[in-house]
Design a protein around this ligand. Structure first.
Ligand SMILES: C[S@@+](CC[C@H](N)C(=O)[O-])C[C@H]1O[C@@H](n2cnc3c(N)ncnc32)[C@H](O)[C@@H]1O
Length: 260
């Protein structure tokens, strides 16, 4: 598992993969929200809502330090903000695609919110090299972003570094359901979805990459084992909508020890 990560077509190493992912999201940013809602029939809203609800206890703490990493155009951030009290410390919403992030900032920034309403601060940053202090965060959430990292183990270790001992991690992402639902979904995901994506977005790459990246993403048992071995406890996976998506949750170990 060590070294596994996203590899868009043509990328030969981690640096190339990260650059290809960044360029791809920069290029689809103007159409991203529309495509997302069309392709998921708006079920994505339910997934963001469920993820935010899972972390409601920490989100309602005004002083909690929260990071939404790979925030993109900010819909996960918006769902998290709905659970923050008035006057709460702003959420940090980070992404390395400037075009995605700037759209997000328009939704979740202070200027977009009523006075005293919770807001988020946009941070242009790479998930594998966060410009944040060690042991500083209470919660990290990532929605449909982690799968795109060029190195999953490095991502988990970086999140571990910046989380406080006892801090919580939530990773929402696609998975491949089994059984009959899985077979039907595979046809949609591998054939219909890329065709719709191509029609709306006018290019092939991104929506061919999506099913490929989900196919390459570690299945739940392998992800949970990786989370355990990188210093997380209480690692669990909750399937959403027949396992089309699911939420990984974990707590950063208290002793700061990372198992080798
Ligand atoms: C599929 S979008 C998800 C956006 C949003 N979280 C959502 O739920 O709609 C994935 C996002 O991850 C970002 N991303 C991928 N790799 C990243 C990295 N290494 N560092 C920061 N952002 C990254 C991309 O730029 C993109 O905006």
């Amino acid at each position: 598992m060590s070294g596994a990560g996203a590899r868009p077509a043509g990328a030969v190493d981690e640096a190339g993969a990260a650059q290809a992912v960044q360029q791809m999201f920069d290029s689809i940013a103007p159409r991203y929200d529309l495509l997302n809602h069309v392709l998921s029939a708006n079920v994505d809203r339910l997934w963001w809502w469920r993820t935010a609800r899972r972390f409601r206890a920490v989100l309602r703490e005004p002083d909690a330090r929260v990071l939404d990493i790979c925030c993109g155009t900010g819909d996960m951030t918006m769902a998290l903000l709905k659970r923050r009290p008035k006057g709460a410390r702003p959420i940090l919403a980070a992404d390395f695609s400037r075009n995605m992030l700037s759209r997000g900032a328009k939704k979740f920034g202070a200027a977009a919110r009523a006075e005293d309403a919770p807001y988020a601060v946009a941070l242009e940053a790479d998930a594998l090299h966060l410009p944040l202090r060690s042991n500083s965060l209470d919660l990290i959430v990532s929605a449909f972003g982690f799968r795109n990292l060029a190195n999953y183990e490095a991502g988990l270790r970086e999140f571990h570094r910046v989380l406080k001992p006892g801090g919580q991690l939530g990773i929402l992402d696609f998975s491949e359901p089994g059984g009959l639902v899985g077979k039907a979904y595979a046809v949609y995901f591998r054939r219909v979805l890329p065709a719709i994506g191509r029609a709306i977005c006018g290019k092939d790459g991104p929506y061919n990459y999506l099913p490929t990246s989900v196919g390459n993403f570690p299945p739940p048992p392998a992800m949970l084992s990786l989370m355990n071995s990188t210093g997380y406890e209480q690692c669990a996976w909750q399937p959403y909508t027949f396992g089309i998506a699911g939420l990984y949750t974990a707590t950063r170990s208290n002793d700061g020890r990372v198992q080798q």
